[in-house]
Design a protein around this ligand. Structure first.
Ligand code: AMP
Length: 490
């Protein structure tokens, strides 16, 4: 299957050729013809699957071939949950459509609004925006939805997690009903299905299983240790495994700052991304990391989505995320577009429930590897599939285990608890880990794209602006029919 066969026109084909995209990814194969045909779309696809090109390419083609924009008007609107993702998607539109006579812009909070208003003045073909800032632009009369042909909702699950539901309600009611709508989400929980039902008309459904994409190319393992020893363990791994660039996730902003200090004291170049940093500072940190001016980027989950860093080999979960889906997004920062990547989690005893949630969501047990000298004094309990009792899990896994010992090919040089048959100098999985299904196994089930933990989880992270949070707080009032106050009064 080629991009030509999907119906893309010459200028786009030439760009893809220059980018070295040889063939469409599974989500692109299904989405491109559907979007070109004007259909609505409901796509379960995570980051790393090539989903941005799956909607950007056909939309650019349609915009080029049909019509022109007008002052303040926007023909295609892409809504995304975070500033980082907005920047990322915008750059993709520029990459794919750079040679086309189309006007694209990006709008998100945390930076002055004036530049965004001035770009809108002459009209845009594509605007990539976060809901909060878009609402402010709409309040100020800076944008018109009258010519809008297509609305894309990217990472819709994240949008709801971050509490943008109310902003979305207001925006959707201001948009024309006659339009094409494309909804992308890593998971399809009940609230997302509800949203899809209200927004989409006879949509084409696309399901790209995660096992085809991100997770298969990412080797994952975890090292149990005590909480207080994590910084020391990280320094030890950096030295021993000679890691190059590493993206390190930490749960809290304070935790990020503390770790940065430790790393710098030990001579590592490191920068931080978290919600207390201004947007320009976050972009600068990302840019320095991308240019390899710093070796380590330490971030909260604000960075888990939307960061596309070419050939990033290592992601470290210094802490596990408090929302299981964020694990999928964190590790999706490596192993992108078929490249190999590694994701290592440092696990302490009080994180074991989070681990269980992650393993339930992904349908995989993560390999455990003991690191000599860093064994946990506070024992980290073992986990079993889908909350199975450990003994039952071990029995089931032992029955399913192949007769021949399978060498563990995870971390280079890491020392695992001794398992007979482990190749000399190579780490072996722990006794229970050996029987676990390999994360690289083709048959490893992965439900990340189709199931979500109990709905209704409502997480407000640093990625969402104060105004949006205030809007949600006033939701009951707004829903009862009260008019929204003008932005100046908020
Ligand atoms: P996304 O899932 O949109 O975040 O894309 C993940 C990465 O895959 C990005 O770095 C894209 O540049 C890359 N990519 C997208 N489509 C293709 C393709 N058909 N061939 C090779 N790389 C691709």
């Amino acid at each position: 299957m080629t991009f030509l066969a999907l119906g893309l026109i010459d200028p786009l084909l030439r760009t893809l050729d220059t980018l070295g995209y040889k063939q469409p990814t599974p989500v692109q194969k299904q989405a491109i013809p559907a979007v070109l045909g004007g259909r609505d779309l409901m796509a379960a696809a995570q980051t790393g699957t090539g989903k941005t090109a799956a909607f950007a390419l056909p939309l650019l083609q349609t915009l080029l071939l049909e019509g022109v924009t007008a002052p303040k008007a926007v023909r295609t609107l892409v809504l995304v949950p975070t500033r980082e993702l907005a920047e990322q998607v915008y750059q993709s539109f520029r990459t794919y459509g750079g040679s086309l006579p189309l006007k694209c812009a990006v709008a998100y909070g945390g930076v002055p609004i004036e530049g965004q208003i001035s770009k809108l003045r002459r009209g845009l073909d594509v605007l990539v925006a976060t809901p909060g800032r878009l609402l402010d632009l709409h309040d100020q009369g800076a944008i018109s939805f009258a010519m809008m042909q297509t609305l894309v909702l990217d990472e819709a699950d994240r949008m709801l997690d971050l509490g943008f539901e109310h902003d979305l309600d207001i925006l959707l009611s201001a948009m024309p009903k006659q339009r094409q709508t494309l909804l992308f989400s890593a998971t399809f929980s009940d609230p997302i299905r509800k949203l899809a039902n209200t927004m989409l008309r006879d949509p084409v459904s696309i399901q790209v299983s995660a096992s085809n994409t991100t997770t298969r190319s990412v080797k994952q393992w975890l090292i149990p240790t005590d909480k207080r020893r994590k910084p020391e363990l990280l320094l030890h791994l950096l030295k021993k495994l000679q890691w190059g660039q590493v993206l390190i996730f930490v749960k809290t902003r304070k935790g990020v700052e503390t770790l940065i200090k430790t790393l710098q004291e030990h001579g590592y170049s490191a920068d931080a991304i978290h919600g207390d940093k201004t947007q320009p500072a976050r972009l600068r940190a990302l840019d320095r990391f991308k240019r390899r001016e710093v070796q380590l980027l330490v971030a909260t989950d604000v960075a888990a989505r939307g960061l596309d860093i070419e050939a990033l080999p290592q992601v470290v979960n210094f802490d596990l995320p408090s929302v299981a889906e964020d694990y999928v997004h964190r590790i999706g920062r490596t192993g992108r577009a078929g490249m190999e990547g590694e994701a290592i989690s440092l696990l302490c005893a009080d994180e074991v429930d989070l681990l269980k949630e992650i393993e339930t969501l992904t349908g995989q047990l993560i390999y455990r590897v003991e690191e000599a000298g860093f064994e946990a004094e506070h024992r980290v309990p073992e986990t079993g599939p889908k909350g199975m009792a450990i003994a039952a899990a071990k029995r089931a896994a032992a029955e399913a285990a192949p007769k021949k010992k399978r060498p563990f090919t995870g971390p280079a040089g890491g020392r695992a608890a001794q398992t007979a048959g482990a190749p000399a100098g190579k780490p072996a999985a722990t006794a229970s880990g050996a029987a676990r299904k390999s994360p690289y196994s083709k048959s490893a089930p992965n439900r990340a794209a189709s199931s979500a933990p109990s709905g209704g989880q409502f997480v407000v992270t640093a990625g969402r602006g104060a105004k949006s949070q205030a809007r949600s707080a006033g939701k009951a009032q707004a829903q009862s029919g009260a008019r929204r106050p003008k932005s100046g009064q908020r």
